[in-house]
Design a protein around this ligand. Structure first.
Ligand SMILES: NC(=O)C1=CN([C@@H]2O[C@H](COP(=O)(O)OP(=O)(O)OC[C@H]3O[C@@H](n4cnc5c(N)ncnc54)[C@H](O)[C@@H]3O)[C@@H](O)[C@H]2O)[C@@H](O)CC1
Ligand SMILES: Nc1ncnc2c1ncn2[C@@H]1O[C@H](COP(=O)(O)OP(=O)(O)O)[C@@H](O)[C@H]1O
Ligand SMILES: [K+]
Length: 495
């Protein structure tokens, strides 16, 4: 699991080590220089003979970059230093100059940026409160223009974070310097995992500088190994009912395919049985999946609303009330979200809402929290947390990176592996898959009260599986994503 911590938690953990004289900056700069050398090699270059631009701001982030410049200059690189800030880390600057680096005159920035094959962004790190002020804002804008104009894009190594991003909230309130690789010191910070800031980070590498943080993470990303831990494999004591029954209240004459796709997601996700309570489209679903059973009945989880138009949502009220009364998990998608606009003031965390940004804006507006779709997209971590707090439910904000928040615990940020996933019906497949995961541990969830944390963890696991199943170098249909879920699960369980 990638665990991201707020900058204040990182600073608090660093303090005693710095007071004890632990050379954190030396370790950090060595990690940056190592990554820089490796990236040059990947492109067929050597450190010797390469031209490198060190962007040194006034804080310790600039210090890291200057010491990294010293290491690279000693290894034969031609290193130019851009002093951005009235003061820079003096020892770092001396080390770089002693190793043969040179300080650029101010009016040479554009020329030096164009000449360098690799830039090290040490303009600002954890101490930054965006948006950038002048002169940094102008400098970053100029560098971005130079990069766009360059025939060969330079490699940009961000020290700790791309300068300008919202480190703790994932926002992008102004200009920021996009990176090829971000070398996160000790731990990632929330903006490295969560959009929109995460889109500027390139590949995130974590440098072990010997710092451990005990606090719970603010944002986390599951890996395949975490998903394997979360899934319960059937054993000799299982039968279809213990595996979990998923009840679908999905699809309608207007959107019949949604019933097929949620059924595909639930069956692919390993439900012991899938029941369908949508008589008007039952025959269509049976044609694709003869495994499904028709009608209401006992269930360990329900999936409601995918492909149900607002004109028809009253039919979802009975299955929703039943899930809430019997305390089993329920996924509320599309049409079912409209049902929540009146009443249902206090939902349990076992109700999992799966809106995209537009649906989340409507849901929040109905609860007196006026956030536009654009505001949600600009600060989505804040929006999912807010939605979880005001509803009590678990929220999955679907997008290029799915963001998942429960009433407590971290926000999970699960990135897509391919943007071909953005196709009609992919969300329906997700809803069905999530239903299967929730049903498989449904009994455990109800027994542990409302199982805080657990539904969010399972929703994050479903996002990982969905992203894996949708991984593709070319177009993919939602039905194909459903078909590839079993292989994605097998891959998580058995590599
Ligand atoms: N704390 C430490 O001693 C260690 C820190 N490390 C590095 O140090 C960094 C943190 O160092 P600092 O706390 O010095 O912070 P920074 O290096 O991020 O310095 C903040 C600088 O940005 C400027 N700034 C802040 N907001 C601005 C805005 N909106 N517009 C323009 N300028 C702005 C400040 O005036 C200051 O010069 C980490 O990210 C990491 O790279 C590592 O060396 C490991 C040890
Ligand atoms: N840019 C993107 N890249 C990858 N996946 C995306 C992107 N945008 C959205 N998605 C995914 O596509 C799906 C869209 O779901 P949704 O909006 O409910 O559409 P539908 O109702 O047609 O299924 C979600 O699983 C979401 O995570
Ligand atoms: K930086």
């Amino acid at each position: 699991m990638l665990r991201a911590y707020r900058s204040s938690d990182v600073a608090a953990a660093e303090r005693p080590l710095l007071e004890a004289g632990v050379p954190l900056m030396e370790r950090a700069s060595f990690a940056v220089a190592t990554v820089a050398a490796r990236e040059l090699k990947r492109r067929g270059h050597t450190v010797t003979g390469s031209r490198i631009l060190i962007l040194a701001g006034g804080g310790n982030n600039g210090g890291d970059a200057l010491y990294a410049g010293a290491v690279l200059a000693r290894r034969g690189a031609a290193v130019d230093i851009l002093r951005a800030g009235d003061t820079v880390h003096e020892e770092g600057l001396r080390a770089a100059l002693d190793a043969g680096a040179r300080v650029l005159p101010e009016d040479h920035v554009a020329t030096a940026a164009r000449a360098a094959g690799l830039w090290i962004d040490g303009l600002a790190g954890l101490g930054l409160r965006p948006p950038l002020r002048e002169p940094l804002a102008g400098l970053v804008t100029l560098l971005e223009q130079e990069r766009d104009a360059a025939p060969d894009e330079p490699i940009v190594i961000a020290v700790d974070c791309p300068t300008g991003i919202g480190i703790d909230d994932g926002g992008l309130p102004g200009p920021a310097l996009r990176a090829t690789v971000t070398v996160a010191m000790a731990v990632p910070k929330p903006g490295l995992l969560a959009p929109p800031a995460s889109r500027l980070c390139g590949r995130v590498e974590v440098a072990d500088i010997g710092l451990a943080i005990a606090e719970p993470p603010a944002v986390a990303t599951l890996t395949g190994a975490d998903v394997a831990d979360v899934l319960r494999e059937p054993d000799e004591s299982d039968h279809k009912y213990t595996r979990g029954v998923v009840l679908l209240g999905t699809g309608s004459p207007e959107y019949p395919g949604a019933a097929v796709l949620t059924a595909g997601g639930a069956l692919g996700g390993g439900a012991g049985m899938v029941r369908l309570d949508s008589p008007e489209v039952a025959h269509l679903v049976l044609r694709s999946y003869p495994e499904i059973v028709l009608g209401m009945g006992r269930a360990q989880a329900a999936v409601l609303g995918s492909g149900v138009p607002v004109s028809d949502i009253e039919r979802l009220r009975a299955p929703l009330d039943r899930a809430l009364d019997e305390q089993y998990p329920v996924v509320l998608d599309a049409g079912a979200l409209a049902l929540l606009k009146d009443g249902y003031a206090d939902l349990p965390s076992t109700a999992v809402l799966t809106p995209h940004a537009g649906e989340l804006a409507e849901l929040l507006a109905a609860r007196g929290e006026g956030l536009t779709r654009q505001e949600i997209e600009a600060a989505p971590i804040r929006a999912v947390r807010l939605a979880a707090t005001v509803t009590g439910a678990t929220i999955v904000l679907k997008g290029s990176t799915d963001l998942i928040a429960g009433p407590d615990g971290p926000v999970y940020a699960q990135p897509a592996r391919s943007h071909w996933r953005a196709t009609a019906g992919a969300g329906d497949v997700y809803a069905g898959l999530l239903g299967a995961l929730l049903a498989g541990v449904g009994e455990e969830i109800s027994r542990a009260g409302h199982g805080y944390g657990q539904p969010a963890l399972l929703a994050a696991a479903a996002s990982w599986i969905h992203a894996e199943a949708a991984h593709s170098n070319g177009p993919i249909r939602a039905g194909q994503i459903a078909d590839r879920i079993p292989a994605a699960i097998a891959g998580a369980l058995h590599g």
